[in-house]
Design a protein around this ligand. Structure first.
Ligand code: PBG
Length: 322
């Protein structure tokens, strides 16, 4: 009790604070998302995500060498195909944009973990994450297409596949298909608790994948639900998920905390596009200090229990931590 107990004693100097810090950020826990587009020699800035670009495959070597040199452990890839159709067939094209990018990256930096986002929304003309039937996303018909996409990504050399579609049974369908094709060693990182969030706005701009009608609330989770996230995670693990994810991160720290407390598996959290763009916009006006705010946000995500953080800030953070 005061005055013998004084918590300020260990806050007195930077060294003392450093000694007793409970949560530390490391580039070894950060995953950098990359948008890949068709064409050559182009790097186009995404208007709603200052500092983030869409890259053509031929420019990836320079980028990923830098990512590797900064100590970042992995990247996750999103593709912008040059044409879309009802089925999203670009997602399983052996020569598709993400498949090309995976090969290119594994060629130049084999030690960087390459994660392929497995979903159809970037490839469907209607922008939904699955196959449509009678104006609704048909869960079971979608599974087969997702499984083909995951197998083609693994065949291209992806180290991990990451289904982000929120269909029921997709993890099991992917696991079964991967195993049948000889990819027993390819882990699945499941977007398990993925909420129907407005924080994805800038991403849909970046990947040109906003749904052409309706929204994603019939497959992504309701933001009010915390217990249901535990059911999603438990099912994904039963179906064979190796890593589970909560997304978005900042508005769902309680969910990250719950997943960490209830399951002894690696937990990832996605610090999504809207979270990134809000910080960039405020920092651009001089209203917050970008560096300290970003480090505080990412520390809070790690403190809540995330082992891995997917973040567009990864390259900047690596520089600040160096
Ligand atoms: C779906 C997907 C989305 C994001 C990652 N994968 C968009 C969506 O569900 O609408 C969002 C990522 C972000 O906002 O940074 N393929």
């Amino acid at each position: 009790m005061f005055p013998s107990t004084r918590l300020r004693r260990l806050r007195r100097t930077a060294t003392l604070r450093d000694m007793v810090r409970e949560t530390r950020l490391s580039t070894r826990n950060l995953i950098f998302p990359i948008f890949v587009q068709c064409g050559r020699q182009r790097r186009d800035e995404i208007p709603s995500m200052p500092g983030q670009y869409r890259w053509t495959v031929d420019l990836l070597p320079r980028l990923v060498r830098e990512v590797r040199d900064r100590g970042i452990v992995g990247v996750i890839l999103f593709g912008l195909p040059d044409s879309k159709d009802e089925l999203g067939s670009g997602a399983f094209d052996p020569d598709g944009i993400v498949q090309q990018a995976v090969k290119q990256i594994k060629d130049v930096v084999p030690d960087l973990a390459v994660i392929a986002d497995t979903c159809l929304d970037e490839y469907t003309s209607h922008g939904h994450c699955g196959i449509l039937r009678n104006g609704d996303v048909d869960n079971d018909a979608t599974l087969e297409v997702l499984a083909r996409a995951a197998v083609s990504q693994a065949a291209a050399g992806a180290d991990i596949v990451a289904p982000s579609d929120m269909m029921d049974g997709r993890v099991g369908a992917l696991r079964q298909a991967l195993d049948a094709e000889g990819f027993q060693q390819t882990p699945v990182m499941a977007y398990s608790a993925k909420y129907a969030s407005s924080f994805y706005g800038p991403f849909r701009d970046a990947a040109d994948c906003a749904p052409q009608f309706g929204d994603r609330r019939s497959y992504q989770m309701d933001p009010g639900n915390r217990r249901e996230a535990m059911r999603e995670v438990a099912l994904d693990l039963q179906e064979g998920a190796d890593i589970v994810m909560v997304k978005p991160a900042l508005a769902y720290l309680d969910v990250i905390r719950d997943v960490r407390a209830n399951f002894d598996v690696p937990v990832a959290a996605y610090n999504v596009s809207g979270e990134y763009s809000m910080v960039k916009a405020a920092a651009g006006h001089g209203w917050v200090d970008e560096q300290t705010v970003v480090l505080e946000i990412l520390t809070s995500i790690a403190r809540a229990g995330a082992d891995l953080i997917l973040t567009y800030h990864a390259c900047d953070v690596a520089q600040w931590l160096a």
